[in-house]
Write a protein that binds this ligand. Structure first.
Ligand code: FE2
Ligand code: FE2
Length: 205
């Protein structure tokens, strides 16, 4: 079937197939881009679904939920930060063919220190929060869940190079990066929110 569309200066001929789709070069290209976006969105939806299924048993535990009470970076709660790190870990490790389950789990538990560090004073013999919290998170995680060696390594060494011991697993290098990226994003989020939306709120989410 052929449809002729006239323009002021040019005459375009759109060839349509039985389904009414444009068979011209531009039509084919637009269709390919649309399909690519559709596939990507579908892929993203499936990855998010898989991720939710993986972390649900851990994320719904009261001890993990209790992280919602503590502010972490700007207006981001400790829980939300942990979900950001966990999801980014999961995606990166999945792409690299690494252990995505350990990545999701350790991401969710890496900051399970369970206090607001902003007003926290180190106890006698303790170092500053940045150095101490990975071990506290590991202890709390151990008390509530069974952890593999790799997951333990990811939790205790996520502050590398601040804590000097280098990671023993590739997945630990991933969490070292994702934790820092998410933290920067969360701090910048507050800055941009204030600057462009003029929203001043102390609510943590
Ligand atoms: Fe941390
Ligand atoms: Fe963190």
């Amino acid at each position: 079937m052929q449809t002729k569309v006239s323009n002021n200066s040019k005459r375009y001929i759109y060839r349509k197939n039985a389904l009414g789709r444009d068979k011209s070069v531009m039509g084919q290209m637009t269709g390919a881009v649309k399909n690519y976006i559709k596939q990507k969105n579908e892929q993203r939806r499936l990855t998010a679904k898989e991720y939710r299924k993986t972390v649900r048993p851990i994320a719904t535990k009261p001890v993990v939920q209790s992280m919602k009470k503590f502010n972490h970076h700007s207006q981001t709660s400790c829980f939300k930060h942990s979900v950001h790190v966990s999801y980014m870990n999961y995606i990166v490790c999945k792409k690299l063919g690494l252990d995505d389950n350990a990545a999701a789990k350790a991401g969710l538990l890496h900051d399970l220190f369970l206090y607001d560090w902003h007003g926290h004073k180190p106890e006698k013999g303790e170092r500053m929060h940045g150095f101490e919290h990975p071990n506290k998170a590991l202890k709390n995680a151990h008390d509530n869940f069974s952890l593999t060696k790799k997951e333990g390594d990811m939790i205790t060494k996520h502050m590398f190079p601040l804590t000097l011991t280098p990671p023993s697993y590739k997945e630990t290098y991933v969490i070292v990066m994702t934790d820092k990226l998410c933290s920067v994003g969360e701090v910048l989020d507050k800055y941009f929110r204030k600057k462009y939306k003029n929203k001043k709120t102390n609510k943590i989410n």
